[in-house]
Write a protein that binds this ligand. Structure first.
Ligand SMILES: Nc1ncnc2c1ncn2[C@@H]1O[C@H](COP(=O)(O)OP(=O)(O)OP(=O)(O)O)[C@@H](O)[C@H]1O
Length: 490
C-alpha cells in the first residue's frame, strides 16, 4: 500500500530524516515512535505530501507520491495533525463536512445524499453527533480532536495518518479511538499510520512499530521486538522496565522513578519486631510496601503489600466465598484488603514458629504455622476427592534484599522442597494413601521482599539466599508441626 524508499530531507539546513525506508501493508496499524525531535512529524508531513523530501521515493499504491494531484491524494490519504485548529467559526457538522471536498464533483460542488450519509455516519462513529450544531470553538480539546478525526474519516481514505491521536483524549476515548482504528484496519482494510508517544498504547494496538532515533530508523519490527527494555532505555535515555500485560500478549513498559537520597539511605527492614501475635491472628506490619508473590486468600499473585495476616478459622469454616469473607474480615480489623496478604489456617496460630537469619548483605525472616490433619502425598493426590478446607501449612518468607522475578520463583521452590523434607522427617502421612505426605491440601506460601539493598539474583537451594530459606523453612516447619501436635495430644 505504501512504500518509503530511502527518503532524506527536512527543512532548511541539515536533513531531519535520513535514509528512511519502510513498507506498510493494506489494513496494517503501523506505529511510529521516537523521542521528541526524532523526526516523526516530519515523516508524516512527507507522507501526506505537504513537505517535499530531498532524495528517495514514496510510493502509494505503486505510484510515486509526486504524480498524484492534491485532490487525488485526498481521496487516498487523510491526515489528523497533532494540533488541529481552525481559524473560522464553523459548526461541528460543517467542519466534518469539509472532509468531503475531494469527493465532490464539478464547479458547483453539489452536496449529495452520499456526502450527507457519510458525514452522519462518521459523526456517529466518533461520538460527536450530539454536538453537530455547536460552534467548534465551544468544544473541549478532546471533543475537538474527535471532530477532526471525523473530518479525516469523512474523506473515506484508504490511508489514515495520525499524529498522536490520543493527545487530549481521556482514558475511555483513547481506548475507544484505538479500538475503532483497530476495527477499521482489520475489518475495512483501512491502513493506519500513527505517531505515538505512549509506548504501551502503541504496543497494545499496532501490528508493527517503527522506532526513530535522531532521524534514522533504530528498528522496524513487531511490538515485542521493538519494546525491549534495553533498547527503549537507550533511545529514550530513561529508566523503564518491561512487564507482560495481564490480559493480552502485549509488552507494557513502566517508568521507574528515581528514589530520593533519603529513601535509599533509610535502613528499614522486616524482622521479628514487625510481628504481632494476637488471639487467633498473626499480624506482620511492614514499615513500607513489600513486593510479594503469594497464594494468600487476599493479595494472591504478585503485588506490593504492607500487611500480612495469618488467621485462625474453625475447622468447619464455610469456604464457599472465602475471598469475600476474608476481605470483609481484613476491613473489619482496620486494614485495607488492597495492601494485605491474608491467609487462613485451622491450626492455632500461637503455635507458629519463626526464625530470623542475618547474613552479611541480606537477612531473612521465616514464619510458619503448620497443622497436618489435612496432609496429602502430592504424587498420589488423584485418589483424594476435591474438598476445600482451610490451609494448614502457611509459610511466610520475608527477604530484606532485592529479588529478581526468577529469585522469587526459586524462593517458592526452595521453601516448598524444605517443607516437604520437614514432613518427611516428621513421618507425616497422607491418611488416604498411607504414604508420606508432601504438604497439605491447601497450603499457602508468601515470599515478600523489601527490594532494597543487596541484589539477589537467584534463590535456588545452593545459593546463599536459598541456603538460608531452605534451613529456615525446614526448621520452622518441623517446629510448627511439633507445636501443633503437642497441642492435639494435650
Ligand atoms: N518547520 C520547521 N522548520 C525547521 N525545523 C523544524 C520544523 N519542524 C520541525 N523542525 C525540526 O525538525 C526536527 C524533527 O522535528 P519533528 O517535529 O519531526 O520531531 P518529532 O519526532 O515529531 O518530535 P515531537 O515528539 O516533539 O513531536 C526537530 O529538531 C525540529 O526542531
Amino acid at each position: 500500500m505504501l512504500s518509503v524508499q530511502q527518503i532524506t530531507g527536512g527543512y532548511a539546513g541539515a536533513p531531519v530524516v535520513k535514509n528512511i525506508s519502510f513498507e506498510v501493508e493494506k489494513g496494517e496499524l503501523f506505529g511510529i515512535l521516537g523521542p521528541n525531535g526524532s523526526g516523526k512529524t516530519t515523516i508524516l508531513k512527507m507522507l501526506s505530501g505537504i513537505l517535499p523530501y530531498k532524495s528517495g521515493d514514496i510510493l502509494i499504491k505503486g505510484k510515486n507520491l509526486s504524480q498524484y494531484t492534491p485532490k487525488e491524494l485526498a481521496k487516498i490519504i487523510a491526515v489528523l495533525p497533532q494540533h488541529s485548529s481552525q481559524a473560522f467559526s464553523y459548526t461541528v457538522k460543517e467542519t466534518v463536512s469539509l472532509g468531503r471536498y475531494a469527493h465532490q464533483k464539478g464547479w458547483f460542488q453539489s452536496w449529495s445524499s452520499e456526502d450527507e450519509a457519510t458525514v452522519n455516519r462518521v459523526m456517529e462513529q466518533t461520538g460527536i453527533s450530539q454536538f453537530q450544531d455547536f460552534d467548534i470553538q465551544q468544544l473541549s480539546g478532546g471533543e475537538r480532536q474527535r471532530v477532526f478525526l471525523a473530518q479525516a474519516l469523512a474523506q473515506e481514505p484508504e490511508i489514515l495518518l495520525l499524529d498522536e491521536p490520543t493527545n487530549h483524549l481521556d482514558l475511555s476515548y483513547q481506548k475507544e479511538l484505538l479500538d475503532l482504528l483497530s476495527v477499521w484496519s482489520k475489518d475495512c482494510g483501512l491502513t493506519v499510520i500513527s505517531i505515538f508517544h505512549d509506548l504501551n498504547l502503541a504496543g497494545l494496538y499496532c501490528d508493527r512499530l517503527l522506532l526513530l532515533e535522531n532521524g534514522e530508523v533504530n528498528i522496524n519490527h513487531v511490538p515485542n521486538e521493538v519494546l525491549k527494555e534495553g533498547r527503549i532505555r537507550e533511545v529514550y535515555r530513561t529508566k523503564i522496565e518491561k512487564l507482560p500485560h495481564p490480559r493480552v500478549p502485549a509488552p507494557q513498559m513502566v517508568l521507574v522513578p528515581e528514589r530520593s537520597q533519603a529513601e535509599s539511605q533509610s535502613e528499614k527492614r522486616v524482622d521479628p519486631a514487625s510481628l504481632e501475635v494476637k488471639e487467633n491472628l498473626l499480624v506482620l506490619r511492614s514499615p513500607f510496601p513489600l513486593k510479594t508473590m503469594s497464594s494468600g486468600v487476599t493479595g494472591s499473585g504478585t503485588g506490593w503489600n504492607r500487611i500480612f495476616l495469618n488467621r485462625h478459622v474453625s475447622k468447619n469454616y464455610d469456604c464457599s466465598d472465602h475471598r469475600a469473607e476474608m476481605a470483609e474480615f481484613v476491613r473489619n480489623i482496620g486494614f485495607e484488603p488492597g495492601e494485605t496478604v491474608g491467609m487462613m489456617t485451622a491450626v492455632y496460630v500461637e503455635d507458629y514458629s519463626s526464625k530470623f537469619c542475618e547474613e552479611e548483605t541480606f537477612s531473612v525472616y521465616v514464619v510458619v504455622t503448620a497443622g497436618v490433619g489435612n496432609a496429602v502425598d502430592a504424587s498420589k493426590s488423584e485418589v483424594h476427592s476435591h474438598h476445600l478446607t482451610p490451609g494448614t501449612i502457611n509459610t511466610w518468607v520475608f527477604v530484606n534484599g532485592n529479588l529478581t522475578e526468577e529469585a522469587f520463583i526459586q524462593c517458592i521452590m526452595t521453601a516448598t522442597e524444605a517443607k516437604t523434607r520437614a514432613l518427611h522427617d516428621q513421618q507425616v502421612k497422607d491418611s488416604v494413601t498411607g504414604t508420606i505426605a508432601t504438604g497439605t491440601s491447601t497450603d499457602s506460601i508468601l515470599i515478600a521482599a523489601t527490594q532494597q539493598g543487596e541484589n539477589l539474583e537467584y534463590a535456588g537451594t545452593i545459593t546463599p539466599l536459598g541456603k538460608v530459606i531452605g534451613k529456615g523453612v525446614y526448621e520452622c516447619t518441623v517446629m510448627a508441626i511439633q507445636n501443633s501436635q503437642r497441642r492435639i495430644k494435650k
